[in-house]
Structures are given as C-alpha cells and as structure tokens.
Design a protein. Structure first.
Length: 634
C-alpha cells in the first residue's frame, strides 16, 4: 500500500520548473569523472587517490541506448583488516575494487572497526576513536546536574540539562540536552564537542567543534553555516539551502531528513558512511547528489528530484531498501549489495547493476537498458519498456502495462501483471496474469528431451476478460493445474479437466463444474449464494464469503468456514443439513451465528468468541456432532 501511495504522490506534475533545464543541458558522458573532484577529505597521512570512485551514477552514456561499459579508474588501495573503510601500510594500485582493501589510509588500529579517522571520539572513555592522538575532553571535570559550571575547574563535562554555558568556553561535553536562546558570547560554546541529547539554539549558535548531537535540527535560508566538524547524530534534520550548510565530515546518522524546499543547490555528503533511515525530499533543483562513501544504510528514499542528473554511490554498499524518483536522470549505477530497489524515471536510459540483484522495480522509464543484469529474485517493470540482454534467470517476473524486450530468459517461477510484450518464456511456475493470454500459447516445457508438454503452472488467476482468451490457449493452461483461482470466470469451467484446489472469487454458480475432478472447493469473498449440487462431492471451504440466507444439503468431504472481516449487514444464516467429514469454524467476529450445520459426522472445531455465552450455547445445542467438539480459540 505504501508503494502505491508513493507512486501517486511523486508523479505529481505540479512541481516548480527548474531554471537549468534537464540533464540534456550537460550530457552525462561529458561529466568530469577524474579522481580529483569528489571533495572527499581523507584524514590519513597517506591517502593516495581519494576522489570520485569511478563507479557512481554519472558514468555510462546518456545519449546512447547501447549503454557502453563503465570506465575504470585507477586508485590506490590499502590493506583494511577490520573492514572499516580505512587501511594501513603501503598502497596497491588497481582499477578494480580490491576485497579486504580500502582506498583511504590512516587507520590507527586496524583490528577494531570502531576506531578510524571518521569515527566519533567519545569523551572521557580513554579511547582515541578518531585517530587524532587524544581522547575527547581528556582531563575534564565532570559536573553533576544542578551544580554551577565554572571554567576555573578547566574543561568541563556537564550532566543533565544546560541552558547557559559557563563564561570562558570551557564546556567540552553535555551528557544531556542543550537549549540556548540567550545573549552570552557565542565564544562561550567554543569547546563543545559532544551533546548526547538534543541541541537547540538560535540560528547563529554553531559550536565550531561540535562533533556529535543526539538530535539536531538545522534550518537555513540565506547565510552559510559551518557544521564541518559534525560527524554524527541520532536524528539530523536539515531544511533550506543545503549548499550553505557544510556537512563535509558527517559520517554516521540514525535518521537523516533533508528537505531543501526552495533550494537551488546540490547535495554533497562526502564522508557519510552509515545511516539507518534517509529521506531526501523536494530537491527539485539539485543536479547532483553525492555520497561516495556510503557503506551501510537501512532505508534511503529520494523523491521529487526533478532536475537530478547524477546520484553518486560507491561500487559496493549494504543498503536494505532504496527508492529514487528522478525523471531527468539518464544513467544510474546500483551498488553491489543493494537490496530492494525502486527507481522512477521517465528519461532513464542505462541502469547499471551487479550481475545478480534481489528485488528491482523500474517504473515509467520510456526505454531503459539493463546491460549487466543476469539474474534477479524479482524484476518488475511498470509502465515502460526495458531491454535486459543478459537476463537468463528470474524467480519472479512482473510487469504493469510494460514490455520486457531483448532478453534470453525462458523460464520463471512466478509470472504476474500485464505485459504488453512478453519475453520468450517456455516454462512458468505460478501465473497470476491479467493480460491477453493468447501470447502464451507457445509456453511449453520439454522433459528429458521428449515432446513439449504443458506448462508447469500451479495457479491461474483468470480475469473478468476470460472470454477474450483464445479457446486454444485456455485448455492448455488449466488442464494440468493443481491450484486454480477463478475470479468472475465461470467460462473457464467447461475447459477444466481436474484441479486439486479450486478457489472461487465472486463466482455465483457451479453448475458448469459437474465434470471436473476436484478434491477441494474454496469460496472467497463475493455476496451471492453459490449454487451447489446435492450432495456436493467436494470438501467445501468458505472464507469471508458475505452470503445471504441460504440452505445446502450434504457436503461429502468436510467443511471449513472462516469469517475475519466485520459482519456484513445483509449477511444471512447459512444452513447445512449434513457434513460427512469434519467441520472447522473460525469466526471470532460473529455477533450472531452465520452458519449452522445440523449434523456433523466427524469432529467439530470452532472459535466464535464474539457470541454471547447464551447464544453460543444455543448454537452448539442445535448441532448434532458424532465426534469431538473443541473450542479452538486461543
């Protein structure tokens, strides 16, 4: 549901126009990708080449549908034993990423990933986490909450809530929160490096050494703000023109919200390594978003990026969920290690991926090529055209009014959606397909080199347009099925030969099922009484079937009844004369009995906790049960 709402919101055409046009004004393949323009500030003594990784989204030709191979950039790599992004020792030059190496040096303890130049150095713990040679607030005096803060004591660490700094600039850390709107000299905050709680103050209060704040909101409209020492926060909110906010050292954030609103700036986070949740919103004029050091992220959502041309990420990043909406972006590179990915872009032409991806959704791309993709757990194309020339394996293939062209894939376990043009499939596992099925007449599978057999389809979701299907196609699809779902599709019944379980949705007559070999029949939803033969030769199941008053005779193979939705005002009592097997009734929302089986030859299991004690007793007394009676409510 969230994804559908997101689609509806971000395709709003009322966004303000950009003053710089789209990415056509600067072709992607003319961007400078030299290793000296990234702005990454390495703190190690021998950093080597620390610029643009060469593996970011600005590579690949924008004006070519051929999607040429990504260029390689030679870099210096250092042995990184603790995998924290910083290495040690002599560098090794290579144009490909080296496992177990980092492209930055300067790690003062390569056995501990929490110790590195980009780390937050916590105060008074005796550990030099950031490799600068000293511990933060070393030698400071801890002052309990309520006691006066006096710089005569030297550096201070205050416990609790601080509203006024001590005169002299000696407050080094606050183990609590800061709220200051006073008039004392700003220099009184010059020593502050750590605030474990929230930090609030006027727009001019920017402690020049602040490294960490638990919760920090930055609101900027016109004048520059120097937050260049800030490395981390549990929650960081930035609103305004972020080009005027220097976040060049920010390396680790819990929740990061950036809402640029009326900004005309790009976004550069050159040191950001880890973020739990990131929201980038309303960056309608930004052309470049750069976070080339991002190694780990939970959820990254970037919406309303109307003018975006480049979104720079490293070649490898552990990102659980990534969503971006950027219509002007013509080329994008997904890091190796990324999880669920959703890309919405009308102009996207080249989408570079690893050979294998998990869940990839691409929407609105008029013509996109995925040149490197070989296998995917899920590939979903919505309202567009995709060429996947190397794709040979996909577990779940989905499309909504889309074409998937130029792909050699021939089999998938799940095929869902509505394709304008289908790949050359020869084997399908589960089919939930609302398009014209005539194009599937050639879907067959050969076993042991023998003759082509029927497709391995275990579920068929027949749409309301069942009459549009060719008479030749439908029997081939359904005659070998084991579990079949029919939605408003009685016309399929004469073509069925057998099924293990038949699931009916909004079907009101089973008169055409008399010749079908069927072991179990399930009725879902709908508001009509189902016309059944007497006796009914199948095991019967009713789930959330809002029925009028109806009477049935004999069910030969048992009965299951589930009612999980709220009681329908027009629902009547379903009466069954006899069930030759077991009966299972799960209807905790009943306020009145909706099913009554007068004679049960097997066992009765029930959960009707919504009935009053007297109504439940009367209901049970009206039924004769040969076997055991069990109340199955938890």
């Amino acid at each position: 549901m969230f994804w559908l709402l997101l689609l509806a919101c971000i395709k709003d055409d009322d966004a303000p126009p950009t003053d710089s046009g789209t990415s056509d004004s600067v072709p992607m393949d003319t961007q400078d990708t030299s290793p000296d323009d990234s702005g990454v500030d390495d703190t190690g003594p021998d950093t080597g080449d620390t610029g643009d990784t060469g593996d970011t989204g600005d590579t690949g030709p924008s004006g070519s549908s051929d999607c040429e191979p990504l260029p390689l950039v030679s870099k210096t790599w250092y042995l990184d034993a603790d995998d924290d992004g910083f290495g040690t020792g002599e560098g090794v030059t290579s144009s490909t990423e080296m496992k177990g190496y980092a492209d930055r040096s300067g790690d003062c303890d390569d056995t501990d990933a929490e110790i590195r130049p980009s780390a937050i150095d916590w105060h008074l713990d005796g550990i030099d986490q950031d490799c600068d040679g000293v511990d933060t607030c070393e030698g400071a005096t801890r002052v309990p909450e309520g006691e006066p803060l006096d710089c005569a004591l030297g550096l201070l660490v205050a416990e609790g809530f601080v509203t006024e700094p001590p005169s002299g600039g000696c407050l080094c850390a606050v183990e609590g929160s800061v709220a200051y709107y006073g008039t004392t000299p700003i220099t009184d905050w010059d020593a502050l490096e750590i605030v474990t709680g929230y930090f609030k103050g006027s727009g001019t209060l920017i402690p020049p050494k602040l490294v960490y704040a638990g919760r920090l909101s930055i609101f900027e409209e016109s004048s520059p703000q120097d937050w260049s020492k800030l490395k981390g926060a549990d929650y960081l909110e930035v609103e305004g023109q972020t080009s005027l906010v220097d976040l060049s050292s920010l390396s680790e954030v819990g929740d990061l919200l950036i809402n640029q609103r009326i900004t005309v700036s790009d976004l550069d986070l050159p040191a950001l390594e880890k973020v739990d949740t990131m929201y980038l919103m309303n960056m309608t004029y930004a052309k470049v978003v750069s976070m080339p050091r991002l190694r780990e992220a939970g959820t990254v959502i970037s919406i309303r990026m109307d003018a975006l041309e480049r979104f720079e990420l490293p070649a490898t990043a552990d990102i659980a969920s990534f969503t971006i909406q950027a219509d002007a972006m013509k080329s994008f590179t997904l890091p190796d290690g990324i999880g669920q990915t959703r890309i919405l872009s009308t102009d996207l032409e080249c989408l570079y991926t690893a050979e294998s991806v998990e869940n990839l959704y691409v929407s609105y791309a008029e013509k996109v090529t995925l040149p490197n993709l070989v296998s995917a757990e899920l590939l979903s194309i919505w309202w567009g055209h995709a060429s996947v020339p190397e794709l040979t394996q996909v577990t779940h293939l989905e499309a909504i009014e889309a074409e998937i062209l130029e792909t050699p894939v021939t089999q998938t376990e799940h095929l869902t959606g509505h394709f304008s043009v289908l790949p050359p499939l020869t084997s399908v596992g589960t089919l939930a397909y609302s398009g014209e099925l005539a194009s599937l007449t050639e879907v067959t599978v050969a076993i042991d080199g023998g003759s082509p057999l029927l497709p391995l389809i275990t579920k068929l979701d027949v749409p309301a347009t069942v009459d549009d299907m060719s008479a030749a196609t439908l029997p081939a699809l359904v005659s070998s099925s084991q579990n079949i779902t029919v939605h408003e599709g009685e016309a399929v019944f004469p073509l069925l030969e057998s099924a293990d379980v038949l699931i009916l949705q909004d079907v009101d007559s089973l008169s055409l099922l008399s010749g079908v070999a069927l072991s179990r029949l399930r009725v879902d939803s709908g508001t009509q009484a189902i016309l059944l033969p007497d006796p009914a030769p199948w095991g019967m199941a009713f789930y959330d079937h809002i029925h009028p008053a109806v009477s049935y005779g004999v069910f030969e193979k048992g009965l299951a009844y589930g009612q999980e939705s709220a009681q329908h005002a027009d629902q009547g009592l379903m009466e069954v004369e006899q069930v030759l097997g077991n009966v299972d009734i799960q209807a905790p929302l009943w306020t009145e009995p909706m099913l009554l089986v007068y004679k049960v030859e097997g066992d009765l299991s029930y959960c009707t906790s919504g009935l009053s004690t007297s109504k439940q007793s009367a209901w049970l007394a009206a039924m004769t049960v040969a076997g055991t009676v069990t109340n199955s409510c938890p």
